[in-house]
Design a protein around this ligand. Structure first.
Ligand code: ADP
Ligand code: MG
Length: 253
């Protein structure tokens, strides 16, 4: 078995609301292997964003730890964590989070500036990334001049700026019409086929179908935390070790 690229080990997270601790994650363990395409589904408030943020080093667990490509996030200095985030993980959010006063091209370039990539290479990579997301002709447009689907594709190009092995997406199609949403998912599927490890959250079963592995979260706990899952076309979870037998609903696959 390959070493997991993402390993979440008994992570708990509580937020303090006044004097009361509100539990958001209650002992989550999860291994994700390189090249996997994982969809996390669960009701609003179940801890999906909290888990993604902790995996992405944007938030810290109250207990437990997260290892990314062999590095324990909790043990890293601020600087090393920032570097790891810049090089190992791209983030895409529901609201695109583009810089409004930057053009598409400048948004995509921004993480390369942070990573101190030279100007010539930056321009070259930005051009090829915008081509990749089919927006070469929108390089000089501002986010306000782009549709939601186009803005999300700029956000994906930006997430890919420093060639990270991992892409993390939180409700990336949540604000899009279904055609644009499907286009985004097809793009993610293509990236996954090329080897990128992807973890994303969605409410939409049509988007979830693109994943290789589906994980449900309820009240801060995973329903199917461990083990390798096979492709599950109808949204059920099929454990690879059992997939030659039957689906969870009892039917033969
Ligand atoms: P989801 O993304 O599944 O909708 P979240 O991870 O955002 O859920 O939230 C999980 C729980 O943690 C919810 O009860 C939410 O209210 C709480 N929570 C999330 N972020 C904070 C925060 N910054 N402060 C206090 N409570 C929070
Ligand atoms: Mg959320």
């Amino acid at each position: 078995m390959t070493r997991p690229i993402i390993s979440v080990d008994n992570v708990h997270k509580s937020y303090l609301m006044g004097k009361e601790a509100v539990p958001a994650l209650r002992g989550v363990s999860l291994d994700i292997e390189p090249g996997d395409f994982v969809c996390l589904m669960g009701p609003s408030g179940s801890g999906k964003t909290t888990l993604l943020n902790i995996i992405g080093g944007l938030d810290e667990p109250s207990r437990g730890h997260v290892t990314i490509d062999g590095e324990n996030l909790v043990a890293l200095s601020e600087n090393k964590l920032a570097r790891l985030r810049l090089h190992k993980m791209g983030f895409v959010f529901q609201n695109y989070n583009l810089l409004a006063n930057f053009t598409a091209q400048e948004n995509v370039e921004a993480p390369m500036v942070l990573a101190k990539v030279g100007r010539r290479e930056r321009k070259e990579r930005t051009r090829s990334l915008l081509e990749r997301v089919d927006l070469a002709d929108r390089a000089h447009h501002y986010p306000g001049e782009l549709s939601g689907g186009q803005q999300q594709r700029v956000a994906i190009a930006r997430a890919l700026a420093n060639n990270p092995p991992i892409l993390i997406g939180d409700e990336v199609t949540g604000d899009l019409d279904s055609e644009s949403g499907l286009a985004i998912m097809r793009l993610l599927a293509k990236l996954n086929e090329e080897g990128m490890t992807i973890v994303f959250v969605t409410h939409d079963p049509r988007m979830a179908e693109f994943a290789r592995r589906l994980i449900h979260i309820y009240d801060g706990k995973l329903e199917n935390g461990k083990g390798r899952k096979g492709r599950s076309p109808v949204g059920g979870v099929v454990d690879a070790s059992e997939s030659h037998q039957s689906k969870p609903d009892g039917s033969n696959s």
